[in-house]
Design a protein. Structure first.
Length: 217
């Protein structure tokens, strides 16, 4: 069993994300920071880094950062990145999990909310993968009542590819989506900032589409 599989199947990690789900339901959170979310993020991280030809060990450790990046959300969204970092650091020590890129992994977890200026590839990849997971599965029960956030329920899938130095991102949406309302949602600014930053650092040209139409923001 790989280190990533060991962590993602660890009952302690599963219970932690179950607690987060319970907290967000009680606290009427807008967006889920649950196990499904972090698994989606880890898949995006893997897609991007494979396309950029990083080695298997680096990719696995970046996926570990993705799985652990929201464990601190059990006490809410504020300062959750720092709490996730502290949890991960203690977790690695207590379980004798030795990582070749330990400091990069921990930095990615700690900086995933706002580390847009980082030169750490793990951090940048985690940020864009985290921000891109805005499809229908992210909407928590209170999110359906929030202007802008509620439009995420109509995003059915998000396809990411890197081809010939182009970063291609395709948002597959239901026709019911209100694009104007979605673009007014504050989080979309973060999504496009993550796309722009990642593209610049990796010398890629971003191409974003919404239902096959070029989406410029």
């Amino acid at each position: 069993m790989s280190k990533f599989e060991q962590i993602v199947n660890d009952e302690k990690i599963i219970q932690q994300y179950n607690k987060i789900s319970e907290f967000e339901d009680l606290d009427k959170g807008w967006a889920h920071h649950n196990l499904e979310h972090v698994k989606n993020v880890s898949k995006l991280v893997e897609v991007l880094l494979k396309k950029l030809n990083y080695d298997e060990n680096f990719i696995e450790e970046a996926k570990i950062a993705a799985i652990l990046h929201d464990v601190g959300a059990v006490e809410g969204k504020n300062n959750h990145a720092l709490r996730s970092y502290e949890f991960a650091k203690k977790y690695f020590d207590e379980n004798n999990i030795l990582l070749k890129n330990r400091e990069l992994v921990l930095d990615a977890i700690k900086s995933h909310s706002d580390g847009f200026n980082s030169d750490n590839i793990m951090t940048l990849t985690l940020i864009i993968s985290d921000k891109l997971d805005i499809k229908h599965t992210r909407v928590a029960k209170e999110g359906y009542n929030v202007k802008g956030m509620r439009q995420l329920q109509y995003i059915k899938d998000i396809l990411v590819d890197i081809d010939n130095k182009n970063l291609e991102i395709k948002f597959i949406c239901d026709d019911k989506i209100n694009i104007n309302e979605l673009e007014e949602f504050y989080f979309i600014i973060k999504v496009f900032r993550a796309i722009k930053t990642f593209s610049e650092k990796m010398n890629l040209t971003p191409k974003v589409f919404l239902n096959n139409c070029k989406w410029e923001y």
